[in-house]
Design a protein around this ligand. Structure first.
Ligand code: 5RP
Length: 226
């Protein structure tokens, strides 16, 4: 039986048409979307170029025979399909649970359309129960960490299972902020954007066009009014 992540991954792939340049998200939900695109490339001779947002998605896409290019090798991206950790009522999102938020945000920023694929557990009233990932340059990161502590953001430096510090695909660290509830996402995003040492954060605000939600009884598609 299909799980919810697989359902939304397959549904999202229907938005991909011949000739498109497609941003390929990262994570266990995006995985199914990439698998489905790979199937269509093989079985339906779908002609696309994928722009992966992580080393893992690049390897997966290449393994499936999808042509891949970097964001700098294409002149636009038609559509990006990616997962999310939380999506609120305004289509704001938290991303980066899978540590790929920097490439994900760059590819999303230069995409004409963004589709988020989530199971229903990711839909929230307020963002923040999921720890907000903040990607930082290793140099000086403990100063940034202390600043977050002083602000009451309850930071933790992300570790791997073996206890070593997680290093992103771009050689950075991730500090997760345990905020419980983000009252003013725009304000927090501006503050993080202006914090020296922060490369990017996982707040994706005013970016998402379509959310595809997996429910036990089927798939729901929501379009942004933006
Ligand atoms: C990776 C991400 C993922 O899209 C997000 O963490 C959701 O992952 P999953 O589909 O595995 O639940 O932002 O950086």
């Amino acid at each position: 039986m299909m799980n919810l992540k697989q359902m939304v991954g397959i549904k999202a792939s229907e938005y991909v048409k011949d000739g498109m340049i497609v941003g390929l998200g990262t994570g266990s939900t995006a995985y199914y979307m990439i698998e489905e695109l790979g199937r269509r490339v093989k079985e339906e001779n779908l002609q696309i170029v994928g722009v992966p947002t992580s080393i893992a998605s690049k390897k997966q896409a290449e393994g499936l025979g999808i042509t891949v290019k970097t964001i700098d090798e294409v002149d636009h991206v038609d559509l990006t399909i990616d997962g999310a950790d939380e999506i609120d009522e305004n289509f704001g999102g938290i991303k980066g649970g899978g540590a790929a938020l920097l490439f994900e945000k760059i590819v999303a920023t230069y995409s004409k359309k963004i589709i988020c694929i989530v199971d229903e557990s990711k839909m929230v009233k307020n963002l923040g129960a999921f720890p907000l990932p903040v990607e930082v340059i290793p140099y000086g990161c403990m100063q940034v960490f202390k600043k977050f502590e002083a602000l009451g953001y309850q930071p933790t430096l992300r570790k791997k299972e073996d206890g070593s510090t997680l290093i992103t695909d771009c050689g950075h660290y991730i500090i997760d902020l345990h905020l419980e509830k983000i009252e003013q996402p725009e304000q927090l995003a501006r503050q993080l954007d202006h914090t020296v040492g922060v490369v990017e954060h996982g707040l994706f605000l005013n970016m998402v066009d379509t959310v595809i939600i997996g429910h036990e009884n089927g798939v729901e598609v929501l379009e942004s009014q933006k």
